[in-house]
Design a protein around this ligand. Sequence first.
Ligand code: NAP
Length: 272
Amino acid sequence: MLFVEAHGAKIPAIGLGTWELSGNSCARVVEQALRLGYRHIDTAQIYENERDVGEGLRSSHIRRSEVFVTTKVWTTHFAPNDLLRSAKESLVKLRLSEVDLLLLHWPNPHVPLAETLGALAHARELGITRHIGVSNFTVALLGQAVAACPAPIVCNQVEYHPFLDQTKVKAACAAHGVAMVAYSPIAKGQAKKDEVLTKIGAAHGKTAAQVCLRWLVQQNVAAIPRTSRIERLSQNIDVFDFTLNDAEMSRISALASPKGRLVNMATAPEWD
Ligand SMILES: NC(=O)c1ccc[n+]([C@@H]2O[C@H](COP(=O)([O-])OP(=O)(O)OC[C@H]3O[C@@H](n4cnc5c(N)ncnc54)[C@H](OP(=O)(O)O)[C@@H]3O)[C@@H](O)[C@H]2O)c1
């Protein structure tokens, strides 16, 4: 397994996304993923599955120190006291003494960013999390966050797949030494229908989804695909035994379109 590194954090390049997984089936998928070799699990307060993710971690019997666990603070908890309280609540639900990465889930213009970042850095000092970061931050917001945060920001988790051009955000992450983590990395399953990805995959004996994930990993971007199917769990982590050449990388990048964004919110920032 490769890692994407930033400010001392070693983020396994492929993780398991858990949005929309819940209950016993979520716990079983997490357990199975860990048994298959996943060492990075992504959850969030708003997914309401932190208990199930924790249950899956425990039943896998993989040592805690071997797994990189990320959770995200929801935007209604960005006032400093709320942030600390909710982060502690996440630990209780996960039944962990700390997480590896604690993210601000989306920007929230109604709470001063410096205050929220101060609380996030405080959570790190208190040992609630080993590292801190942000999600859905634009180039401008990332610059503000890096300048205002008393501790290093190790990650910006953003939507990224071949149908969405994220050149600007990627360059900003690199300039600030921030790791980029791609969510919806197989375009919510849409990648499998794409002819170019399928054709490139066929040349390597791989699926379109695997080509997508390989294209991200080769850019030093971590990816957190989500599936509830066991055969796809294996498939999505099996992307380290082939290489896309420069021409293939460029053909995949050329699939980006202005309509490529799949995840949005009424309160989203003005995207780059
Ligand atoms: N920070 C944020 O604001 C944010 C926003 C969105 C997502 N996320 C995180 O990113 C994770 C992944 O994003 P996502 O869930 O939106 O989308 P995704 O991982 O790009 O796609 C998931 C969809 O693709 C299908 N799929 C998975 N593997 C496949 C494969 N090998 N071949 C064909 N289809 C496959 C899944 O169906 P099956 O289950 O049937 O396989 C599911 O419908 C989330 O779970 C969450 O942890 C974060």
